[in-house]
Design a protein around this ligand. Sequence first.
Ligand code: AMP
Length: 487
Amino acid sequence: MCGFISIFGPDATDAIHDVLSGLLAIQHRGQDAAGVVSFKDRFQAKKGLGLVREVFEDKHIQRLKGPLAVGHVRYPTVGMGEDTDVQPFWLDYPVGVAMAHNGNVTNFHELRRTYFNNRNIHLASSCDLEAVLYVFADALMRRGRDSIEFEDVKAGVAEVFERVKGAYSVVGITADGMYAFRDPFGIKPIIFGKKETPEGVFYAVASESVVLDVAGYEVVRDLAAGEMLWIGRDREPVFAQVGSQPHRPCIFEYIYFSRPDTFLDDTSVYEARMELGRRLATTFRDTGFHADVVIPVPESAKTAAQTMAEELGVPCREGFVKNRYVGRTFIMPNNEARRASIRAKLNPIRAEFEGKDVLILDDSIVRGNTSKQIVAIARQMGARKVYFASYSPPLLYPCFYGIDMSTKRDFIASGKDHTEIAKELGADHVLYQTVEEMIDAVRVASGKGAAGAGREFCAACFEGKYPTGDIDEEMISDIEEDRLAAS
Ligand code: AMP
């Protein structure tokens, strides 16, 4: 999971300002590193490890001139989290092109072994974006033109779709304009917007609609699966449908990644989470257990906890206060560090637990570290019964499309039934959403938007069905090895 924004503004403007406010709005998609590449006569870059506000100082903003700029926040999936891997990447030669992405290339290792090594190209980073960039740039170069135009970009995107497998939403700039494309299955989100100003029209492409909102852009639309966009010197947006696979957007975006104030493919994440909460209330009621209070694990579970409580007719209370200044526990280097920091991050309010039957709700249970400690804290605070609920189903299969859910053995639900999971968590009962209810809940929220119901999703982490159809045992072990080495 990463976030990006790319801007093409009027000639005399500097896109960096909107890029930075956009990056701040999607900081939740990656806190590990940030970078911007802009273009005015030549590419200028600033990249570094850390949060957006830590990486960029005034002097960088002064230097990153030009109406074209692309920015990225990183959450490492492939690669070791080195600074050589910080996006965006760019090439000055043989064609000038900068690029950033969100997602994960599943045949990265194979591309490196065959396509690149056979041509004596040795990738400098361990970031899969480099593979996309070289395939794209190679196609542009072979067209042998002085400037890059729509047909060149289209040929580049077609070549990427042919060679590069996996999930990738891509944005970038050249000396002549801005391009964007969404992988053939449209797994990762990407949205296009514009802003009219006295200086002229600004165009933006970003990972989430919230980025456009905060930077003052109006949403034009999401890119479709397999679709590309090019805006050249004439400043006319041109779209083309290059891929022809069924759309399978990542359902985990609705569960956890995206901000609740974002719309993905015309569907409100907030509405989806409200519906997920309502559905889980019914499942809880069917167990015959009673809860005095619903307590969300902040922040992502707050929306669903409200509707769950409403539906159950009990209060929803803030039982945990989150310290926002502790980094994400999930991305801490090892289990020990993760365990220690959960306590520093979430402090309980005793009055909400003491003598009560509490229903604690989180968006998901991955390794179970967070939930185990939360259950223990609830008991220390004097809870009578502790029910732990996840508004997503059990996570059982590694994601190869950009979520750091590395290896199967990491999942607490792997090979266990609900009773065993509850025992391991120390809870009186554990409750999950079913896959069917989850999909239906997001469909109901979609039904309120233009996208309509009846949508299919990538729910591979819950069901093990990988839409790209190329995930085999060799690929799984390649990727697992990579991730184990990095952990
Ligand atoms: P765990 O402690 O391993 O069970 O992780 C569960 C917690 O991590 C939940 O509170 C989620 O909100 C959060 N979470 C779920 N998926 C991810 C992810 N891919 N990256 C970071 N955090 C996540």
